[in-house]
Design a protein around this ligand. Structure first.
Ligand code: NI
Length: 167
């Protein structure tokens, strides 16, 4: 197992569109283990392969308090959504930034599990927000891109300043 390096916004590689995985192999399961370890160590509630510079459609999520309810989604696809909810989000690729984003309140997702078995899951609450946030990563989208352009440019200036100060 290994802790992987998480790409930091505004890294261009975060805008790469992930490819579907043709098959779930031993390499995929290794990546899942490493991504889970990286997410737990961060700590975070979700991580997309895009964030560790692997451009395959794979995400891991664990929103449990006990940190032992790992969910794996391979080639996830939202097949239904309803309602609307605004929730404050954060991202391991944008540390220290928390902003409200409006998303569907409930989603139904089709995906493959860690063994390559297809499943369909209906989600709501934080889990639904989280899965939409992570699926966005696979499409090359970071949550701050939902903010106004003014807010985004302020954010980039703040990040640049912060990096200069910590170098
Ligand atoms: Ni994120």
């Amino acid at each position: 197992m290994a802790i992987l390096k998480i790409l930091q916004y505004p890294d261009e590689r975060l805008h790469t569109i992930a490819k579907p995985l043709p098959a779930v192999t031993a390499a995929t399961r290794n990546l899942i283990r490493d991504m889970a370890e990286t997410m737990y160590a961060a700590p975070g509630v979700g991580l997309a392969a895009t964030q560790v510079d692997v451009h395959e459609q794979l995400i891991v999520i664990d929103i449990s308090e006990t940190r032992d309810q790992l969910m794996v989604f391979i080639n996830p696809e939202i097949i239904a959504s309803s309602g609307e909810i605004e929730r404050e989000e954060g991202c391991l690729s944008v540390p220290g930034v928390y902003e409200k984003v409006c998303r569907a309140e409930r989603v139904t997702v089709n995906a493959l599990d860690a063994h390559g078995k297809p499943f369909t899951l209906e989600m709501d609450g934080l889990q639904a927000t989280c899965v939409q946030h992570e699926i966005d990563h696979l499409k090359g989208k970071v949550f701050v891109e939902y903010l106004s352009l003014l807010k985004q440019s302020r954010l980039r200036a703040k990040i640049k300043k912060h990096r200069r100060e910590t170098l």
